[in-house]
Design a protein around this ligand. Structure first.
Ligand code: NAI
Ligand code: MG
Length: 330
């Protein structure tokens, strides 16, 4: 029995979460769902985008599923705060080309491991009208932890067994010096995994010219953020982009996309990012076979091209595509 926190949020977050629950209900596993509120509607009701009760629910569960939230003017982002409160320091974003979906090259299959807690996202900025300064905090501890996650993943993925460290240590000598050094320190623990390191600007180009080179990419917060959006663009966009946020005690899984107000309420959101994020959660929980089956089912339905939502060129509703995927899983 797994306790799962369900935080649907706003807009299509709620619609694709229904697909995730539908899927989990149909599996031959037992789940106990605990529901939490967050986001814009939650703010209008409770005066906060992330109630303490929701954080408590997420902390008490084996894993959390988050849909998407609409940003509330002047209020903090609930998802950024939730990641922080759960100390989910590793942001994992798998990037994969799908048969049937336009992609820059075939056979792209890598994962970006982004440090989620420090770097230029330390939110330490100060100064006056004439000069402002942002602090870029890099700690050896967080750098080693994120590298360790990257090496473990490379081992488990069993593909090229390679980790690429992305940095800019020629300019950011101290901060990225520590990041790169930490990477090679951790590498010593994993002699079976190959290593390489590139500057971030060159990496931005290699992702386009030779994306098949990559297996696992590890980087600091801002570089990881930018490169992962670039990478999602290489393989066909947001409808197929899942993500996970891992910490030592908690884990949170969410589609990369937002609440999509332009299509919310129409029942046409692509459920795949949410379904693939749910598969990542099952993999994290140790249900590897089920996770693989779900990934395969999404691949098959996308490749067949018969039941696709409008963003993938079809006419199907969210529920129809979800049902088609479910039929392939069971
Ligand atoms: P968005 O990801 O919601 O939408 C961007 C475009 O992609 C839209 O045209 C939308 O229709 C399309 N799209 C996104 N997901 C889709 C899906 N599953 N199926 C089909 N089409 C899909 O980003 P946008 O428009 O910049 O932001 C909308 C709201 O969501 C904002 O309030 C933003 O702050 C919030 N947001 C929340 C996130 C989260 O909760 N993690 C992440 C990104 C944005
Ligand atoms: Mg981003």
């Amino acid at each position: 029995m797994y306790d799962i926190a369900i935080i649907s949020g706003d807009g299509i977050g709620k619609e694709v979460m229904e697909s995730a629950e539908f899927l989990l209900d149909k599996l031959d596993l037992n789940f106990n769902f605990k529901y939490g509120e967050a986001g814009f509607e939650c703010f209008n009701k409770n005066g906060t985008t992330l109630p303490e009760e929701t954080v408590k629910i997420a902390k008490s569960c084996d894993a959390t599923l988050f849909g998407a939230s609409t940003s509330t003017p002047g209020q903090p982002s609930p998802i950024i705060n939730l990641r922080k409160k759960l100390n989910a320091y590793a942001n994992l974003r798998p990037i994969k080309s799908y048969k049937g979906v336009k992609s820059i090259k075939d056979n792209i299959d890598f994962i970006i491991v982004r440090e989620n807690t420090e770097g230029l996202y330390s939110q330490i900025e100060y100064g006056d009208d004439s000069q402002v300064i942002a602090e870029r905090v890099i700690t050896r501890k967080a750098s080693e932890k994120i590298s360790d996650i990257a090496f473990k993943l490379a081992k488990r993925r069993n593909k090229q067994k390679k980790v690429t460290c992305v940095h800019k240590s020629n300019v950011l000598k101290k901060t990225d010096g520590v990041f790169k050094e930490s990477f090679y320190n951790i590498a010593k623990k994993y002699p079976e995994v190959k290593t390489e390191d590139f500057y971030v600007d060159a990496t931005a180009m290699y992702l386009i010219t030779n994306p098949q080179n990559f297996d696992v990419i590890v980087s600091t917060n801002l570089f990881g953020d930018i490169l992962s959006d670039e990478s999602a663009g290489l393989v066909g966009g947001l409808g197929l982009a899942p993500s996970g946020n891992l910490g030592d005690e908690n884990a949170l899984f969410e589609p990369v996309h937002g609440s999509a107000p332009d299509i919310a309420g129409k029942g046409i959101a692509n459920p795949c990012s949410m379904i693939l994020s749910t598969a990542m959660m099952l993999d994290y929980l140790g249900e590897k076979e089920t996770a693989l089956k779900i990934n395969k089912a999404v691949e098959n339905i996308v490749a067949k091209g018969k039941v696709l939502t409008p963003d993938l060129g079809g006419k199907a509703k969210t529920i129809e595509m979800t049902e088609a995927i479910l039929k392939e899983v069971i």
